[in-house]
Design a protein around this ligand. Structure first.
Ligand code: BGC
Length: 464
């Protein structure tokens, strides 16, 4: 019997893409706020005459806010829904950007950055979750990678805008322009539908069906998906009580934590936050060179994310991750070796930068997007908010640790050893990927859940 069509297939696909694009705008804000501070900090430091310690606070207050935001958004997105959660994130983005641009003293700026952090925490929790619940299994990986692409475009945009405003030292403009995309996100979010999985979890099956009808090619597909969702809602417990009583769910939470620790300990943010410093270590003394070098880092990060978007639903998550860790290990390892030998010619300088860029390619094509993809796929529906809260909070705490220990590592271990440590960690992550990480390509979230809850090995929960 031919399948009954609901609406026209292609137009539903365009609708899904549009919805995903709007949700992914949250990633742009995430990236802008990560990237903006590097270029603004020297001018803020001069204007306010702040100590090094205060500067550290100006930078890390955002990550602190993000960890709190991620913790709170688990509750928020389950009680108010993913859409309203994203909306409150967008409002906080607007308030935080305005407050930081108009801060009268360092204390106010720190408070403003905590508000921005709350927004980033909410966005980094809700957007991938929402995307995983909206997209069909065939394009789920690429859609969540689209979110990562937006993060990288945000970082690059911030580097470029910092460079533009740096000629006049207008740090208030650097921080203030972010209000514009924040407003756009706020407007965009108003047009998003609620997540069908959240609607169903709230017992609202009729609306869930309606949303799925608009997003899937045929009403048969929509109906089958809703049946699967209904099935996974039969688990009675949720969140914390599920965590306490169900060992299978605890394994998924553990996997989420591990994945985010792995992402952060690749060492990516060492480069995001300290790129100019690394250029200096590699022998580029001139600030203009360091600034443009940083912009190139941002650009490569964007471009290489397209590799992930192309590979994730074809090659799958695991091979892409393994290749990425290998490239990152090589980048960090060779960079460490060059620093050990001593970089004393121009060729060596360029070779060192090549290695740094190779590392960025490795991250952007693998761990950058794929960790977010996997974290939003492995949790069972009833524990999804709890599980992703824990993994996203881990992302921010690990991010803070990496950012706060890099300079100390350079001082105590030395430059070469510091990079070697990160190289070795990336090699170790290949072993962990082989042993523990599942392949989730082309499998529905409900199928993954059935495998997990029936006690299959973690690395097998994506098998048919
Ligand atoms: C990470 C961030 C990182 C960014 C770089 C994200 O996936 O979570 O910590 O700064 O990628 O592109």
């Amino acid at each position: 019997m031919p399948e009954k069509k609901s609406g026209t297939g292609p137009s539903n696909r365009v609708m899904t893409l549009f919805v995903c694009f709007l949700a992914a705008l949250a990633g742009l804000l995430f990236g802008l706020d990560i990237g903006v501070i590097a270029g603004a900090l020297p001018f803020i430091a001069k204007d306010f005459d702040v100590t090094a310690h205060q500067q550290e606070w100006i930078v890390s207050s955002m990550m602190f806010g993000a960890a709190i935001g991620a913790i709170g958004s688990g509750w928020m997105s389950s009680s108010l829904g993913r859409k309203k959660s994203l909306m409150s994130g967008a409002i906080l983005f607007v308030i935080g950007s305005l407050l930081s641009a108009s801060a009268a003293n360092p204390e106010m700026l720190i408070v403003a950055r905590v508000v921005l952090g709350l927004a980033v925490g909410i966005a980094s929790f809700t957007a991938p979750l929402y995307l995983s619940e909206i997209a069909s299994e065939k394009i789920r990986g690429s859609m969540i990678s689209l979110y990562q692409l937006m993060i990288t475009i945000g970082i690059l945009g911030a580097y470029l805008s910092d460079t533009y405003f740096s000629f006049t030292g207008a740090w208030r403009w650097m921080l203030g322009v972010i209000t514009i995309p924040a407003m756009l996100l706020l407007i965009g979010v108003c047009f998003l539908p609620n997540s069908p999985r959240w609607l169903a979890a709230k017992g609202n099956f009729r609306d869930a069906q309606r949303v799925l009808d608009r997003l899937r090619d045929t009403s048969q597909q929509a109906k089958e998906e809703l049946d699967e969702i209904r099935e996974s809602l039969k688990v009675k417990q949720s969140g914390w009580s599920l965590f306490k009583d169900n060992g299978n769910f605890r394994r998924a939470v553990f996997l989420g934590v591990l994945l985010q620790v792995m992402q952060q300990f690749t060492g990516m943010n060492v480069i995001m936050y300290y790129a100019p410093k690394i250029f200096e270590i590699a022998g580029f003394a001139n600030t203009t060179q360091q600034m443009w070098g940083t912009v190139i880092v941002g650009l490569i990060n964007v471009l290489a994310t397209f590799i992930a978007i192309g590979l994730v639903d074809r090659w799958g998550r695991k091979p892409t991750l393994i290749l990425g860790f290998l490239v990152m290990a090589a980048g960090m390892g060779v960079l460490g070796t060059l620093l050990h030998i001593g970089i004393d010619s121009q060729q060596m300088q360029y070779f060192a930068i090549g290695m740094l860029l190779m590392f960025i390619v490795g991250f952007a094509m693998s761990a950058g997007p794929l960790i977010w993809v996997l974290c939003s796929e492995i949790q069972p529906l009833k524990g999804r908010d709890f599980g992703i809260t824990v993994s996203t909070t881990t992302n921010w705490l690990a991010n803070m640790i990496v950012g706060a220990t890099f300079l100390t590592m350079l001082n105590t271990l030395g430059n070469a050893n510091t990079f070697w440590v990160y190289g070795a960690l990336n090699l170790f992550f290949i072993v962990l990927t082989l042993m523990l990480i599942p392949e989730t390509k082309n499998i529905s979230l409900e199928h993954i859940e059935r495998n997990l809850m029936s006690g299959k090995k973690l690395r097998d929960i994506g098998s048919r």
